[in-house]
Design a protein around this ligand. Sequence first.
Ligand code: GLU
Length: 613
Amino acid sequence: MRLRRRRWAVTTSLSALAALLVAVPAQLSAAGEGASAPTKQPVAVGTGGGVASMDLGASQAGIDVLKRGGNAVDAAVATASALGVTIPFVAGPGGGGFMVIYLARQHEVVTIDGRENCPAACTKTMFIDPKTGQPYNYDYASDQPLSTGVPSMVATWATALQKYGRLGLADDLQPAISLARNGFRTDADFQQLTQSELPELQAYPASHWLLTSAGQPLPVGTLLKNPDLARTYGLLARYGPSYLYDGPLGQAIVQADDHPVTTPGQTVVQLPGIMTTSDLRNYRAHIQAPTHVNYRGLDIYSMAPPSSSGTTVGEALNILSHYNLSTESRAEALFHYIEASKLSYADRNAYVGDPRQVSVPTQELLNPKYAATRQCLIGSTAATAPVAAGNPYGPYKSCPSSSAAAQTTNEGLHTNNIVTADKWGDIVAYTNTINFFGGSGQTVPGYGFLLNDEMTDFDFAPPATGATDPNLPASGKQPRSSMGPVIALQHGRPVFSIGAAGGSTIITTILQTLINHVDFGMSLPDALAAPRVSNTNSATSSAEPLFYNSAVAKQLTSQYGEKFTETGGSILPLDYYPGDATALQVLGGGKVEPIAEPVRLGGGSALVVHPSK
Ligand code: GLU
């Protein structure tokens, strides 16, 4: 213990702090190499590797480490840590995520489960109000430190780099340190994201001072510096993840969570957290096998539970394999997409949870024979949703009748997806988050980053009294997630990757973008930009305005009985905004095409190391 105290003590002296903020090599400047600074564009084509993310500065951070000899894993960590600076509302050391990695040399897809754990003190009734015996209101609970899970982002970065990276945490954090120290200009999206979480940010002096101007969103164009986060990343660069998981940063996180310092008179924050330093010490990111299905000759790999993306996208694709979507009318094909989404979502809600604590029938949900028992339930008109879950355990004989409705769940609509590629052919698709925009709203005092509110991804109560529910909170358990990008291979070679933000709509965004590209023949940028429609097993599908007002939507209503709710017309209200996506196409000859959103949430940024002329 004495040793550890001595070990960390040096970081508190000013001279040591100055030493931590080592000079950043010229090639790691936020503007990158070359005379002209890169501009924000949604699509780039070129060689040497590429990055797509929500933000230019973050994508540039990834490109910087690729130029320094880093690989796609290094670039993913650099991009994610920089995003924690420039869009702290969706990223940073206070959250968690899932990484899908194609390793070119090994011809193998591996994944890292970097999901937050519920602290050891969690119980299945933690989100039941003792005063009423009823579940807490979802939005209320999301604002509470009680909803903060064990931050797992840094452990994920360290695990990924240790197993698969070429540089290391110290090198890969340098672009983010530079961005945090030198500052960046806030834009309209930053302002709107702040606005969406203003009461939560105002409730904490540390968030108020960092992210607002006298309690109001920062004016567009503000040069925002975050010296605390620069210092935090500097300490992690110097001491490694143990500075968080077994050191002063962990103690500060626990202190902030369990004894939050709040603004006098605030009424938002009421339920303190229950985290301990043991929870941090016990956290491990897990390397695990991906999910796999074959769809029209493509091998589609994604995240296994506790993410529900792999099983739900996979089951839906297995259902859709029964149709020739490319020759159907667009209305018929989209009808099949919506119905397949309802059925696979019902199974997701009924069966997917943390596989280390509950039995999850992952392989059964991905069995094409099981999908056949679900596909046969699709008739010629829309099923009334929510539809019931099936029985994935088999035997898969007849077409079972579907009766009782399954539960629907509350989920946020936030997050980010990063995709990176390197000159060796490796690809990383990384969805990460602090959950709601702004997470719990609490900035760890002195450390410059927001804490997650990921534990609200648990179901607060079973669907009916006594009913089984794989996603109830428990000690050390991970809540079910929708995050999980896909990487598609054809004849053993990667061809594309798609990932998305947007809570439960992550899954449908990936599905729709995938069929837009594979079945409808759209280019991947067009597939990603196309108007979205999403059904997560609810009575109506959420449709973006361009979809909602389209002829095909009218046909889906008149001919197939589908119902739509218009959503996401403007950035606000953010709670109903469909999450933005990123993708990457492998073009051959060493060329890649990273792809970001052209419009949603202000558009994203795609960059390559050597742009094609
Ligand atoms: N917590 C969500 C999940 O894991 C992601 C955050 C969001 O997109 O709202 O699925």
